[in-house]
Each structure stands twice: as structure tokens, then as C-alpha cells.
Design a protein around this ligand. Structure first.
Ligand code: PLP
Length: 358
């Protein structure tokens, strides 16, 4: 058995041995031709994963910092948040703490974000930015980006659209350019299947231009500073090279798998996990039609002793999830993303079955 239990929590997710190996690649200078070549190759491949011509920044800190890069570089009037879980609520809090005029459409946890609600708020003219989480990791809810995209294109083309895709990027197809997302962000410890502490974002020309008009956005998260180094295929500060080597390796794996196969694999695993839950008499937590492709959030209506299942799974070498935030103890989540393939998921659920039947 490995030293640590295999992670079946929705982040950090399981990192496979081939990825762990490249993390110890020898270091290179961060102002050298080698780094520019590495960054160029990574950026070109991420553009394919995101179906975009937008600029891609590689960022050596957690995604939470990118929430603030998005808002600091775009909000002049006000930011409209949509909160339907723990992470979207925290992002709204971050905007309040930054002193932006902030309003929040608050949904009951488990619900998806609705374009009609956004329309009502944006029609007041109080907001120049919309911020939302695509895949709420705390509830397993994935909201419909197409509906929101068509609302923004048709009625609010000047609004800057910020999307957190922390637990969907690289696991779910997000066609950034056809959706018109101005700022899409993720960290690497979820569907990218890499260690935490590194993030990726795509930035549109619209937000780059908007950022020019914004005073007092500090230095560290200023898109203009990023742009200066992006043009040289470098990063503003000394980057986490192990993450970059691992990202390169992961992109090779994604290229080998093929994008369509990758999206389908995640859809198939989500169907499997949902059916497993329903066949066991449990209920899915998300409202129908909003179930995530990368994790399944299960309402424990059968009153299984989740703590006991957790301990037994641990003794079999697996770390289980028991719910997050307000939902702790009421739901449990099954992640199926990144380095988790159908066989891994089946193995995990079979062991869970053995434990439940004991
Ligand atoms: N957004 C979502 C949807 C998340 O699930 C998480 C972490 O789980 C975050 C943001 C925060 O990411 P990080 O820990 O990389 O800042």
C-alpha cells in the first residue's frame, strides 16, 4: 500500500506516479530561452484545451488569488456575484473586502445559476462585471454557461464576464471564445490532476483593455504587469517550475487521450457515479439538469454511517469526502476527474459496496 491513502476527495485530487516523477525535474532559469520555450509550448496546448485565442497566464499561487486578479482588473462600477455554494460565496466576500460595490444573487445550495436572475440585476445598470462559479465544488452543481453567454452577448456586451472553473477546467469542455468568457480561472489540483498551488487563467482583449482604465489595482495581480512578461513568454515573478514540468507532462497526456475522449470520459464517469447513488436508494444533491461532470454530490437520505464508511475506506487505502462547509455530514461527494479513470472509479465504488454490505 502507498504511504498515503489514495485521494477520493474533490481536490486535491489523485496525482498519478508519472506526474509525481516529473515534479523533481532539474531546475532551469526563469529568464532563459529554456523557460520561454516551455511556457510557449504549455500556452499553445492550453489554448487548445480551452478553445481560445486569448492570452493564457501561468500563475504560481492558488486560484483564490485569481478571483482578485479578475475583479481588480475589471470593476469600475460594481460586480454582480451569483452564490450557490461555499466557493461562490467566498468570491463575493473577497469582492466586498476589496471595497467594490458588490451585490449577490443568493441561491439555495444545490441550485444552478439562472440567466433570468442575472438579467434582472444587470438591467439596473449598476454593474460592469459578472462573477460566477461554473462548477460549485461544494454542491456538485454545474451551471449552464451557454444560457448566460447568450444573455450577455445579446443584452450586455460591455459587461466583463469572470468565470471560476476551478473544478471543471480540463475536465469539462469550455469553449471560451464561442462563449465569450473574458476571464476564466482555475487552479491545478482538481481536473488538471496536478498538485495544488498553481493556477491558470485565460484573459480576453476586453479585460486587458479595461484593466488599463483602472487605477490602484496594486502590482502583484495587475494584468498589465502580466502582459509585459507574457509578451516575452515569461512570468512576472519566479514561477513554480515543478508545476510547469508537471503541466507539460499532463498536456502530453491530454493530447494522447484526445480532447473529445477526455470530455466523454468525464461525462461517462459522472453517469456511472449518479447511477450508483440512485441504485443504492440515495438522492443526488444538485437540482436536476445541473449535475456536475467532475464530481457527484450525494444527499445521504439512507442515513448511512458516513463516518464509519470513511474509517473503513481509510483502512483500505482511500480518503473519502464527507461534505464541505454547510453540507458537512449531510452529503458526501465522489470526485471523478483528472487522473481518475473509469476503472479507478469502479474500484472505489466496489470497495464502498463491500463496506456498506458488511
Ligand atoms: N473555486 C472553487 C470552485 C473551488 O473548488 C476552490 C477550491 O476547492 C477554489 C475556488 C479555491 O481554489 P484554491 O484553493 O486554488 O485557491
Amino acid at each position: 500500500m502507498a504511504k498515503y491513502p489514495k485521494l477520493f476527495i474533490p481536490g486535491p485530487t489523485h496525482v498519478s506516479d508519472d506526474i509525481l516523477d516529473v515534479l523533481s525535474t532539474e531546475q532551469i532559469g526563469h529568464r532563459t530561452p529554456e523557460i520561454s520555450e516551455l511556457i510557449d509550448s504549455i500556452v499553445q496546448d492550453i489554448k487548445k484545451v480551452l478553445y481560445t485565442n486569448n492570452n493564457i497566464y501561468l500563475v504560481s499561487h492558488a486560484a483564490t488569488g485569481l478571483w482578485e486578479m479578475g475583479t481588480k482588473n475589471s470593476v469600475l462600477k460594481g460586480v454582480l456575484h451569483c452564490s450557490n455554494g461555499a466557493f461562490s460565496s467566498k468570491w463575493a466576500l473577497s469582492s466586498e473586502k476589496n471595497g467594490f460595490y458588490t451585490e449577490n444573487i443568493e441561491y439555495e445550495w444545490g441550485k444552478g445559476i439562472k440567466a433570468d436572475d442575472i438579467d434582472k440585476k444587470l438591467s439596473t445598470g449598476k454593474f460592469d462585471v459578472l462573477a460566477m462559479v461554473h462548477n460549485e465544488t461544494s454542491t456538485g452543481v454545474m451551471s449552464n454557461l451557454e444560457e448566460i453567454s447568450s444573455l450577455l452577448k445579446n443584452k450586455y456586451p460591455e459587461v466583463i464576464w469572470l468565470v471560476d472553473a476551478v473544478s471543471s477546467m480540463a475536465g469539462v469542455k469550455i469553449d471560451v471564445d464561442s462563449l465569450g468568457i473574458d476571464f476564466l480561472l482555475s487552479s491545478t489540483q482538481k481536473a488538471w490532476g496536478l498538485p495544488a498551488g498553481f493556477s491558470i487563467c485565460s484573459v480576453s482583449d476586453k479585460i486587458i483593455e479595461k484593466s488599463l482604465k483602472i487605477p490602484n489595482k496594486g502590482y502583484f495581480l495587475d494584468i498589465q504587469v502580466y502582459e509585459k512578461y507574457y509578451k516575452k513568454s515569461q512570468t512576472p515573478t519566479t514561477p513554480s517550475l515543478p508545476h510547469m514540468f508537471a503541466l507539460r507532462k499532463m498536456l502530453d497526456k491530454i493530447n494522447l487521450e484526445g480532447l473529445d475522449n477526455r470530455w466523454n470520459r468525464h461525462i461517462e464517469m459522472s453517469k456511472y457515479a449518479r447511477n450508483w447513488a440512485i441504485n443504492h436508494g440515495q438522492q443526488l444533491f444538485p437540482e436536476q439538469g445541473c449535475e456536475s461532470y467532475t464530481l457527484t454530490c450525494i444527499k445521504n437520505i439512507k442515513n448511512w454511517d458516513v463516518n464509519s464508511i470513511y474509517e473503513k475506506l481509510l483502512s483500505r487505502g482511500f480518503r473519502m469526502d464527507r461534505g464541505y462547509g454547510n453540507l458537512k455530514g449531510k452529503v458526501f461527494r465522489i470526485p471523478h476527474m483528472g487522473n481518475v479513470y473509469m476503472n479507478d472509479l469502479k474500484e472505489y465504488l466496489e470497495i464502498m459496496d463491500e463496506i456498506i454490505c458488511q
